[in-house]
Design a protein around this ligand. Structure first.
Ligand SMILES: Cc1ncc(COP(=O)(O)O)c(C=O)c1O
Length: 463
């Protein structure tokens, strides 16, 4: 099979060879500078073959067994190359409808022209900071986010990934309260660095790395009484809880929407026990669930908000955590308590500022709400028609998931959609779910086409 071909230069992939390092780096640089229409078939094959081989030799062979892009293609593995809006085209020219949205980062669509233009403009001025002069874009973006967020959220800090935003929020909560414990939720997901991982509600990612942070307790999502119970017990025995970290709508658990009184009650309970309420909006933020932020569904103002994914508009990696002036005070005596060299760099800030203008100008939250309702109504019909395949369809806005009776059925559906050129994926803490998480700008034509291919997949299955 082509994707398993050894390349001549790969005989000893760990050998030190500066000349080869130069030649190999240059080949890819030259290739990405080549206009798309001039990339030869030979070069395309080279990209597909060496990508597979390099994953095998230098990233992690394990991925090659899990990715449908490898297991469900019988010649070249599907290899990322080009995207626009909700269409992805691999290096060999195969086209897919993107119903994955890069796990929620492509909310404005792939390569939104206004976001790309802002980043290109900033790239021609200054791609990174001096680290000594005050940086205008970061300061300006913080002001814009203070205006966009609910209540008295005012100060923030930027990083590159969602997990770093959660780490920052945890440090802030510890510094402000002087306590170290946290409450999080079962099946909740907050990232995979050691602090965020301590919050995760799934043993598979946690157990092999124990001990993680002490004093973290997980309770069922959607159950405010359970949070209160833990806080009451902690207060009785003298354990200090700094914060309650919750996703407004759980993403990686398969788009789980809590009861309507959950967030208002969390707010009340956290106030009662003087504990910080931390909303992890990394996946729900910036329009994804049909409101600008997930907590807006219940008009709740958390004490700390974490952002990521769509913040950088699907163009530059970007994340951040924000809080009130009162809570942020503890960061002032030593502002170096939490820093990063590259977080909030000018390219990322340009992308985020442009993303926010697109969010507002194109009313992305409302688009998500309307398209989400449309998709849910169509899946309701599919569920009635194929109850043995589709157990549940849930979520809000365009954070949606199909839930299957077994992992095997879920895998068959994912493979069936993949063979029909619809890109979807499972969720990290629930093996029986497949997400539908397209760009908020996805067209109704593409939604209808996706629905047709889903029905075709269901109809072809013998379960
Ligand atoms: C709610 C939530 N928090 C945090 C993260 C971690 O973000 P990242 O993968 O950028 O570290 C994710 C990623 O899926 C997430 O969904």
């Amino acid at each position: 099979m082509t994707k398993h071909t050894e390349t001549a230069t790969n005989n000893n992939p760990s050998e030190r060879n500066v000349d080869l390092a130069f030649a190999e780096a240059k080949r890819m640089i030259d290739l990405i500078a080549t206009p798309e229409s001039e990339v030869s078939d030979q070069d395309r094959r080279w990209v597909a073959e060496t990508t597979y081989q390099n994953f095998h030799d230098h990233i992690n062979k394990g991925f090659l067994e899990y990715r449908k892009s490898v297991t469900e293609t019988d010649d070249f593995a599907l290899t990322d190359w080009y995207g626009e809006g909700s269409i992805l085209r691999d290096v060999m020219g195969r086209e897919y409808i993107d119903m994955l949205g890069g796990f929620g980062l492509y909310s404005p669509g792939i390569r939104h022209p206004k976001i790309v233009a802002a980043v290109k403009a900033q790239l021609d001025r200054s791609p990174q900071y001096s680290q000594e002069m005050l940086d205008p874009l970061r300061a300006h973006l913080a002001r814009v986010i203070a205006r966009l967020t609910p209540g008295d959220i005012q100060y923030g800090w930027f990083a590159n990934s969602g997990t770093e935003a959660v780490e920052g929020a945890m440090k802030l909560a510890k510094l402000h309260t002087g306590r170290s414990g946290f409450i999080s939720t079962l099946s909740g997901f907050h990232g995979k660095t050691l602090g965020s991982l301590s919050l995760i509600g799934k043993s598979v990612y946690r157990k092999p790395l124990l001990p993680l942070l002490e004093g973290v307790r997980q309770v069922p999502f959607g159950d405010a009484d359970a949070v209160e119970q833990v806080l009451k017990c902690a207060a009785t025995v003298g354990d200090g809880i700094a914060g309650v970290v919750v996703e407004p709508i759980q993403g990686e658990a398969g788009a789980v929407v809590p009861p309507d009184d959950y967030w208002p009650r969390l707010r009340e309970i956290c106030d009662k026990y003087d504990v910080l309420l931390i909303a992890d909006e990394v996946q729900t933020g910036f329009g994804r669930t049909g409101k600008i932020f997930g907590v807006d569904h219940w008009n709740v103002t958390p004490d700390i908000m974490c952002f990521g994914k769509a913040l950088g508009g699907g163009v530059v990696a970007m994340s951040g955590f924000f809080s009130t002036a009162k809570i942020w005070k503890c960061m002032e005596p030593n502002p170096f308590m939490h820093t990063t060299t590259t977080g909030g760099n000018p390219l990322a800030c340009a992308a985020a500022l442009a993303q926010i203008t697109v969010l507002i100008e194109e009313n992305l939250a409302q688009q998500a709400a309307e398209k989400g309702e449309y998709i849910i109504s169509k899946f309701k019909v599919l569920k009635e028609k194929y109850p043995h395949i589709l157990q549940e369809f849930r979520g809000r806005g365009l954070l949606l998931a199909m839930i299957f009776p077994t992992d095997e059925i879920g895998y068959k559906v994912a493979a069936g959609l993949f063979s029909r050129h619809v890109l979807t994926a499972g969720t990290l803490t629930n093996a029986k779910s497949i997400r539908i998480e397209p760009a908020l700008t996805v067209s109704y034509d593409l939604i209808d086409e996706m629905l047709r291919r889903v029905e075709d997949t269901f109809a072809s299955m013998t379960v």
